[in-house]
Design a protein around this ligand. Sequence first.
Ligand SMILES: [Zn+2]
Ligand SMILES: [Zn+2]
Length: 501
Amino acid sequence: MRSVCLLFLLIGATLAACHAEDGPVKPSLTLQGTITHAQNHHYVRVPFQVPAGVYRITVVFHYTGKDEHTTLDLGIFDPQRFRGASGGNKARFTISETDATPSYLPGPVIAGRWVLLIAVPNIRPAVISHYQADIFFDRKPEIESFSDGPLRPNPGWYRGDLHMHTAHSDGSCPSQSGSQVPCPVFVTAEAAVRRGLDFIAITDHNTTSQYEALRELQPYFDRLLFIPGREITTFQGHANLFGTTRFLDYRVGTAAVPDMNTVALEAHRLGAIISINHPNAPTGEVCLGCGWKPQPPVDLHLFSAIEAVNGGAMRGPYSGVSYWEDQLARGYRITGIGGSDNHHGDWPVSHPDSVGSPTTVVYAQNLSVPSILDGIRAGHVFIDLTGSRNRMLEMSAAANNGPVSIMGDALRAPADSQMSITVHVAGCAGSTLKISVDSPNHLAFPSRIIAQDEETLHFTWSSDGKRHWLLPQVNMAAGDLELLGNPIYVNYPAIHPKREE
Ligand SMILES: [Zn+2]
Ligand SMILES: [Zn+2]
């Protein structure tokens, strides 16, 4: 920890500037001072220095004397220009290259002398107001959010859609007069609310312009978490990036980005996660680069997830489920997720390709961007192809009454140990539960018809001490896939499995 405090005088205000490099919780800089009646109807300039390499600046402002009708209004200037003003209506604001709190202007955070402008509309004679501005500089890349904290604090299963498009790429919907126009982000957000979703990732192609809209909408949609997302769209395939607003160079095949592995490594450097999209989609003049054909082939250890179920190909030859299962069979431990790939936010829930069809359901410690992404990384996920609000698929297992693992976890089961497996299914009466082992064609147990709307089933499985993956799924009576889980990985290394060629 390093801290330097400087005291100086400026226009009658005593300021203390404290610089600390000890993590995101403590401010990088604190500006303090006093305002008296002598400054009534004046503008108080509070300069401060922004170092090089800052991506985002956040200001939190407090002052005393409100009960005596003191009012202090805020504005801010960078070294070159005005960057916004919020009067007395925002005690906290943030500015970055891509997005800013409404009232403020996004753009690069330029190094140099910035000025916090405190306008004083009212302070009574004899009143002294003490103010403090805590200023945070984000430099190192990390998971980013549009909310200040979790939207819900409790652990649980959260439902979301991880793939959709708006006006910021090729999403469209009817205008007031009925023309198809670029569709505003809030239309997609409202579709997610109609579906009853807890989180969404708007994944417009390659651009970062959608984040400004999401920054504005998040406080209004305070039950719907927005995950910063983007569809990295290349000539060799598409991949969704989650958790960062920072630019990522998508120009695969150029000197700067020779191959898809470079994209994945850059995603990791930005603290984000990356997922392969619609891997079995065909490439052609209808959809350029839609198929997954990276040259050279990627190192799949760099990818956290595969979009096994894409709304445009829920079933049939273009479904990504077989591609995902092939990678599981090759020994990769990689999470299967879903995404609607919706391009028409206005479509009603009844439309087969509307927002939330399919829904990805994630077990997370709370409803926040870091926790949802942690849940995806961990494979604590099932896909609801019906986009319901209530269907559930949970599987847990323990060997010889040892620690309990859930979908996505590794489980140690020595040879001849007995694994007890519990599956909880809800909302699927009349459907069939299958648990496959190592291949979709090899069932660990005979299929079971689910009789009740809420049912818990128990199985016992003998381990041979070797490596296996056990994957649950539920099929409707007619055979269509309804719910798809993630594997429990038996006798895999706890964290990163070795590649099996
Ligand atoms: Zn795509
Ligand atoms: Zn897409």
